[in-house]
Design a binder for this molecule. Structure first.
Ligand SMILES: C[S@@+](CC[C@H](N)C(=O)[O-])C[C@H]1O[C@@H](n2cnc3c(N)ncnc32)[C@H](O)[C@@H]1O
Length: 257
């Protein structure tokens, strides 16, 4: 919020930290803090902006706050799990405000990217972000219940940060989550409804050698338990976060029914 009040980019020189605020800036910052404390709205819904994988994104309650650790993997073009040079088509399932799809297009400039979501509101925000980033030529957004609108299409990478919160956990989330769309978080009794669809159907939509990369956060333990024979590769991140698995099309065909 301070960066927003000062009109600074997130990657600005840390030397600015020793600057003093003007009275007007202090008043503006205090108003933001008051709102943040009294409403418990996520800070980036209040400011309307954030950065994902180094790219500026518009943010509001139409879609989840961008925070996926997948940003780090996208910045590396999904290496070493696939050769970035061979990636031509990417699908982002549950694209929300489009952060993952748009970052994929930015870091893999030869790829065409499709982002699907079931929420019209989220898709309208995604379209705004696509315009903002000048990526309208290579990124397409459309409505689809998981893969339902994608018959016959295939991709080198299917990436997803699906909803993965179970019924009981939904009731104990901090108030900030109450400002995010429920359908971006809740996924049935155990939180696995979306993950099950991705695991059972993704192979059909992948090219040979293609990969499925899915964030399941703290639902990782349950995923491991429910699918004990699936050889998930759980990715590690330098900047923190986890609960992201990678599987090849061939592994999905062999192990997931
Ligand atoms: C956890 S949010 C992720 C948003 C964004 N990709 C991100 O990483 O910030 C999950 C998204 O999946 C969407 N979603 C929920 N159910 C869906 C379904 N059946 N088919 C497609 N998208 C769905 C939600 O609307 C939401 O935008």
């Amino acid at each position: 919020m301070l960066w927003y009040v000062l009109g600074l980019s997130h990657d600005v020189d840390p030397a600015v930290l020793s600057r003093s605020l003007t009275l007007r800036q202090r008043i503006a910052l205090e108003a933001l803090l008051e709102r943040r404390i009294s409403t418990r709205e996520p800070a980036v819904y209040i400011t309307g902006q954030t950065w994902f994988a180094g790219l500026p994104m518009r943010t509001d309650a139409r879609a989840l706050v961008p925070r996926s650790p997948l940003a780090e993997l996208i910045e590396r073009g999904f290496a070493p799990w696939i050769d970035p040079a061979r990636v031509r088509r990417i699908l982002d399932v549950g694209t929300g405000g489009g952060c993952i799809a748009l970052a994929c297009a930015h870091y893999l400039p030869k790829a065409r990217v499709e982002g699907v979501d079931i929420s019209d509101a989220a898709l309208s925000l995604a379209a705004e972000n696509r315009r903002l980033l000048g990526l309208t030529r290579r990124v397409q957004f459309f409505k689809s219940d998981h893969f339902s609108a994608l018959k016959g299409r295939t991709y080198d990478i299917i990436v997803s940060n699906p909803p993965y919160v179970g019924r009981r956990e939904m009731q104990s989330l901090p108030p900030e989550y109450g400002h995010e769309p429920r359908m971006a978080l809740a996924s049935g009794d155990e939180g696995l409804d979306s993950v099950r669809v991705l695991l059972s159907k993704a192979a059909r939509y992948l090219e040979p050698g293609g990969i499925l990369v899915v964030e399941v956060g703290n639902t990782e333990t349950l995923v491991r338990r429910r699918y004990p024979r699936v050889p998930f590769v759980w990715l590690e991140f330098e900047r923190g976060g986890g609960g992201v698995f990678c599987l090849t099309r061939e592994q999905l065909q062999r192990h997931v029914r």
